[in-house]
Write a protein that binds this ligand. Sequence first.
Ligand SMILES: C[S@@+](CC[C@H](N)C(=O)[O-])C[C@H]1O[C@@H](n2cnc3c(N)ncnc32)[C@H](O)[C@@H]1O
Length: 281
Amino acid sequence: MALDRQPPAELITSRRNPLVKRLRELHAAKGRREQGLVLLEGTHLVQEVIRLQLVPSDLAASELLATEAWLGNHGDLVAALSPAVTIQPVGQEVLEAVATTAHPDGVVLTLAAAALQAPPDGQEFVLVLDGLQDPGNLGTLMRTALAAGVDGLWLAEGADPFQPKVLRASAGAALALPIERMDRSALVQRLITAAARGLQLVAAVPPLADLDGEQPLPYWELDWTKPTALLLGQEGAGLAPELQALASHRITIPHSAAVESLNVAVSAAPLLLERLRQQAP
Ligand SMILES: C[S@@+](CC[C@H](N)C(=O)[O-])C[C@H]1O[C@@H](n2cnc3c(N)ncnc32)[C@H](O)[C@@H]1O
């Protein structure tokens, strides 16, 4: 039976409303874990949720908080959302209290984290990130990964992929990519299983990385059309030794010795897009 949308709730104008406290808890990983929700900010992410049909109708926990002005201008988006999403009009001050940005554009949406969980099998092109710390790098990498056709993102610890800064930097890609975050020992197991399934495990390293005398391959010499997991290391320390040890291939983007390495998000672009280039007719 199709669900009918409930009429919008009464306008909330007080920052002391308990809803504000509950949603502010979603700014922190602990709150997201306890409530099983992530907080999406801004019209673009709401559009992505609709485009990707990310809110199954039985997820009643989803709430859209918006100013009356935003609701007045975006009736099409409200109508396109699942009827299970509660529409909550709020005053500008309440919206600013709930959002993490200084100037929210009028809307935030809570979404069950379960709607973003990854199916682990059948992935043929995977990006593996080892302990990335910087939310901007992580979001940028997600956006590039989605553009390159990556079908799974595996994270060993590092920054929380559903924190607001990452979601913003990813420009919605965090919602579209299957993402899994695990500790490093679980990742090692996952990579061993992936290798057994036939994926090549490709470690990206700076040109002068110490590999016991072995030279990394210029990245264009790798056959990227094979099922591949690309491993990128942490901003400071690079790839953990236990992950490097698992790699079947080590590749590099050659560059001047004037710098030791590239920014990790910058290095990902040529590597991930090389697969599309090699697949081009
Ligand atoms: C800032 S670098 C880390 C530098 C670190 N000192 C090291 O030796 O790996 C972060 C990650 O970006 C990737 N990376 C950076 N420059 C690269 C290059 N020229 N070729 C391939 N990967 C690169 C690697 O995966 C690296 O672990």
